[in-house]
Design a protein around this ligand. Structure first.
Ligand code: B12
Length: 446
């Protein structure tokens, strides 16, 4: 039996930093989803992975596998459906799984023989059995969320291009799934449940050892979501002498023991969703955990522990008027962030924000993910400005934050602490990220 697993690109690829500019050439963050599915496949089945995103694999529609499995995120749904339709027209069976089919299973079913709702490792075996017997069901869904014990090690070897950061082999590792928070823009609780689930620390340590590299990218929502688990993990990472980066919440800076352990275990950078510089914005996003926090102080503490800080912001909230652009630029400068990413709000389906915009008749199109769209365009009518003002405001912000003198100042000449442990190498990495984004932005502007 032969199976082809596909990760589709966006129809209009521009706009998402993961696959453009310097990120295309020097930094590749591969999706680990399909390597997980491949690793859950019995060894007698032949599996190949085509990743149209970061790895730019080409789809060969002349292939006739027994099954094509496609992972579908909302922003790549229309390309995923195009690929699925083409294979089905050629008589190949197609299964769709991932974020978007979990959110919109009936829509996905229009383009597939079967749809997987939720996490897929165990279900995958049932699908393969049913396929063998010619009895594929229309929908597959587990009744409960799986325990993360004994997850397979993702088959990264099936990814054709070296997964890299400047040519260095990086291990991309996931330790938890689920989130108890209720942020109004985020899909994660709907997709992976309202509870943190963790892999046993020993299994994570083993996966790092097996990877054969000392550089690790944790693909988390928040590495310190459960501080006690994080402390145990960090302690066990210390003997491995690795360097790691991860998304995190500000909790990392507010718990001295956690911060010390993060440093000792090799943490060199975190990305933090600050989301909004205003209290009203944070309330609108239900991001209560960020309220009343002194971001300058958080960045300073992280720098004093040798940790770079990437901060992301959502622009275009109902509480944002046109003054938000300058205010956010000033905030980024004053807080000494090493790399800052402003995004226009994306109303992901099944989120509170999506439902609100839909009920107020402010979505440009109910199913904005169908058809050709430009990922950075606002898919909704903002409240206190026009769509054009929002897009132009974002461009203005990026022009300012990423002007060359501004980057140099932000990376090399800020001085937020005499005790900063940020090394020259880290500054170089921050420079690269900023210049990469500038390059991407110039491409996008064209
Ligand atoms: C790592 C990550 C990234 C990395 C991407 C790396 C990469 N090359 O893909 C980076 C940082 C680059 C990134 C960027 C973005 N991301 Co992101 N990201 C994540 C994150 C944290 C983890 C994803 C992951 O690796 N999961 C691990 C795998 C194993 O789980 P999985 O994909 O869910 O797969 C399981 C099931 O879904 C199912 N399954 C999935 N596919 C299939 C297929 C088949 C055939 C089967 C049987 C089963 C199956 O089985 C799998 C195993 O159980 C998730 C949040 C989360 N907690 O999931 C957000 C998430 C996926 N990202 C999201 C978003 C919105 C974005 C951005 C658009 C953000 C932005 N504003 O730019 C960009 C766009 C990406 C791009 N194309 O450039 C949203 C997507 C929502 C949606 N409805 O699609 C999520 C869910 C976060 C959120 N808060 O809502 N992201």
């Amino acid at each position: 039996m032969k199976i082809i697993l596909i990760n589709p690109k966006l129809k209009d690829e521009s706009g998402f930093f993961a696959s453009q500019g310097v990120f295309k050439k020097l930094i590749a963050i591969p999706a680990i989803t399909l390597p997980y599915i491949a690793a859950s496949t019995p060894s007698e089945v032949e599996v190949v992975i085509w990743d149209e995103t970061t790895l730019r694999d080409k789809i060969n529609f002349n292939e006739k596998p027994d099954l094509v499995g496609i992972t579908v995120s909302t922003y790549a749904a229309s390309r995923a459906y195009e690929i699925a339709d083409e294979f089905r027209e050629r008589g190949v069976k197609v299964v769709l799984g991932g974020y978007h089919p979990t959110i919109a299973p009936e829509e996905a079913k229009l383009h597939a023989d079967c749809v997987v709702i939720g996490e897929g490792e165990d279900i995958w075996l049932d699908i393969l059995d049913d396929l063998k017997r010619g009895k594929l069901k229309e929908f597959y869904k587990r009744q409960s969320l799986p325990d993360l014990k004994n997850l397979p090690i993702p088959s990264m070897k099936l990814i054709k291009r070296m997964y890299t950061f400047l040519g260095i082999h990086v291990a991309h590792i996931r330790v938890s799934r689920g989130c108890p928070h209720n942020c109004s823009f985020c899909n994660v609780p709907f997709l992976h449940g309202r509870k943190f689930r963790f892999r046993p620390v020993e299994e994570v340590i083993n996966e790092i050892k097996v990877s054969g590299t000392k550089i690790v990218n944790f693909m988390e929502d928040n590495i310190v979501g459960h501080p006690e688990y994080a402390k145990e993990l960090f302690e066990k990472l210390i003997p491995l002498k690795i360097r790691w980066i991860s998304p995190s919440s500000i909790t990392i800076a507010n718990d001295p023991e956690l911060l010390k352990l993060a440093e000792k275990s090799g943490c060199k950078g975190v990305s933090i969703g600050f989301e909004s510089i205003s209290k009203d914005g944070l309330l609108e996003l239900n991001k209560f955990q960020n309220l009343e926090k002194d971001v300058s102080n958080i960045v300073r503490k992280l720098h004093e522990h040798g940790i770079l800080v990437i901060g992301s912001f959502i622009i275009g909230l109902d509480t944002d008027d046109v003054s938000i652009f300058d205010k956010t630029i000033n905030f980024i400068r004053q807080t000494n962030l090493d790399f800052a990413l402003p995004f226009i709000l994306i109303p992901m389906p099944q989120t509170e924000i999506y439902k609100k915009l839909l009920s107020e008749g402010r979505l440009i199109k109910k199913e904005w993910w169908l058809g050709n769209y430009y990922p950075q365009e606002p898919f909704y009518q903002p409240k206190l400005m026009t769509k054009e003002e929002l897009l132009n405001g974002l461009i203005y912000m990026i022009d300012n934050i990423y002007s060359f003198p501004s980057i140099i100042k932000q990376v090399f000449f800020k001085n937020n602490s005499a005790n900063s442990k940020i090394t020259l190498l880290q500054k170089f990495v921050a420079l690269l990220l900023n210049v990469g984004y500038l390059q991407l932005f110039r491409e996008q502007k064209k």
